[in-house]
Design a protein around this ligand. Structure first.
Ligand SMILES: [Zn+2]
Length: 471
């Protein structure tokens, strides 16, 4: 009898469980999958400056070249979540980072100064206390400010903590099973999952106040990917793409958290990168060796507390030094003084209203001291100017004339063919601008450069652990 009863009861139980499961899934999908933001207009964009409830989330993904993202034209589907951010916000289509080495690039991004003016071009350079950084302006305006970073080049001893109430590496938790790290030079632990925990901890404490959170993602730099979900093969560049896909999953979880906890409708999200990555386009791999486009064309996406339908594209040239002038302008906060970058709010408003974008007046600049890590050697700048479809490259060679190159993206999208002899007048104009940039850039607004840091062996080892060659 009991057997019969059980057999009758069980299907009922299963049906009940199945119904409950479906309901749970439905609720889950509804809460997680739906974007809670209303659709906004150009007026809503202008009105951001008046809002006193707006938070700022700055997502900096280290080592993410624009050309490896779907929304920037990549044929592989590496980045659905990032593409969706762009698709309901603003995507800056031709966006240049100021260097291909994290410290120099991040110093330019935060100060809105080209490297020749920030003077952060060598391994021992640090931003002085007198530099005014965006986090200081936000803190002054009443934001709770926290920075969480996983790259030693933006550590507090280089001056990057200014304005942050809390500025630290995340607690390094066990790396989830299935994660593989393909960069053989990286030896420190943790993963970008640690940033999710740090975000939840920060918002549980300060989420009810006005906040600014900077998260510096690092998994792509380390070629960290998930074995389970990797789909792009096993080569060097394949694993880079697998790592982007894995970062995309972490970002999806981050956005879900914001959606579920009611932050999305009052948070401005900045998505950016410090540099890209080379895959032997010119015989070299990695980054921090030169500033050709594969290492300096990066994404810049803004996601507003409202959706833009459809997302807008800013097709004129922009740069990482424009990011903070744009954000401060959007927030109605005081602008930084004496800077090189400029607010791109006029471009955003024009694009939202379907009007022509303002013309750009001068070339954009990327710069790397090729000897940044060699203490005994004089600086040897590689400077690249992006001017419309033209890109001019000036490579300093010790005791020899510089190597000059000119690339024309309109005829050669990969920019590998030197067409300098075809356009001598263009090359001459851009060479003069480059010389003026190298030789006559004015001091930063805070005056002279800071005294170089004494970096001890422990810190150098930390940086070597990131894969950098420091003698
Ligand atoms: Zn970097």
């Amino acid at each position: 009898m009991s057997t019969k009863k059980r057999s009758l009861k069980r299907p009922l139980l299963f049906i009940l469980l199945a119904v409950a499961g479906v309901l749970f899934l439905f609720i889950d999908v509804r809460l997680v999958g739906e974007d809670p933001r209303p659709v906004g207009s150009a007026e809503d964009l202008e009105a951001l400056a008046e809002r006193d409830d707006l938070n700022v989330l700055f997502i900096l993904v280290d080592t993410l070249g624009a050309h490896h993202l779907g929304s920037y034209g990549y044929e592989r589907d590496t980045s659905p979540t990032i593409d969706a951010l762009a698709g309901s916000g603003a995507r800056f289509a031709k966006h240049l980072s100021q260097s291909s080495w994290t410290k120099s690039s991040m110093a330019s991004m935060w100060t809105s100064l080209y490297p020749a003016r920030s003077k952060i071009t060598r391994y021992e350079d640090a931003l002085p206390e007198s530099a005014v950084l965006p986090a200081e302006i936000l803190r002054e305006a009443g934001f709770r400010t926290t920075g969480v970073y996983r790259n030693g080049w933006v550590a507090p001893n280089f001056g990057f903590a200014q304005g942050f109430e809390v500025y630290e590496r995340p607690l390094s938790r066990n790396v989830l099973p299935g994660l593989r790290r393909e960069n053989p030079t990286v030896r420190h632990g943790g993963s970008d999952d640690d940033l999710l925990h740090a975000t939840a901890e920060f918002l549980e404490v300060h989420g009810h106040e006005r906040w600014f959170l900077y998260l510096h993602f690092m998994d792509i730099h380390e070629y960290l990917y998930d074995e389970e979900t990797a789909q792009f093969g096993t080569g060097f560049e394949d694993n880079y793409d697998n790592a982007i896909l894995r970062t995309n999953v972490v970002l999806e979880k981050l956005l879900q958290y914001l959606n579920e906890n009611g932050y999305r409708e009052n948070t401005l999200i900045i998505f950016a990168s410090d540099h890209g990555e080379a895959f032997s386009e010119r015989g070299l791999e990695g980054h921090a060796r030169y500033v050709y486009p594969e290492t300096t064309e990066v994404p810049f996406i803004l996601s507003f507390p409202f959706q833009i339908e459809p997302g807008i594209e800013i097709s004129t040239r922009t740069e990482n030094i424009d990011i903070w002038p744009t954000i401060l302008d959007l927030l109605g906060l005081p602008a930084m003084e004496g800077i090189d970058g400029q607010s791109r709010v006029p471009e955003l408003l024009a694009a939202m209203s379907g009007e022509p974008l303002p013309e750009r007046e001068r070339p954009a600049i990327a710069h790397l001291d090729q000897h940044w890590g060699q203490r005994q050697r004089e600086s040897a700048p590689h400077v690249v100017l992006a001017d419309g479809d033209m890109r001019f490259s000036y490579t300093t060679v010790p005791n020899q004339p510089p190597i000059l190159e000119l690339f024309d993206a309109s005829e050669d999208p990969d920019e590998l063919k030197n067409v300098l002899s075809k356009h001598p007048e263009v090359a001459e104009r851009l060479r003069d601008l480059t010389r003026a940039y190298i030789d006559h850039s004015p001091d930063p607004p805070w005056g002279d450069a800071a005294a170089p840091l004494e970096i001890d062996e422990i810190q150098l080892n930390q940086l070597r652990a990131l894969g950098y060659q420091i003698p």
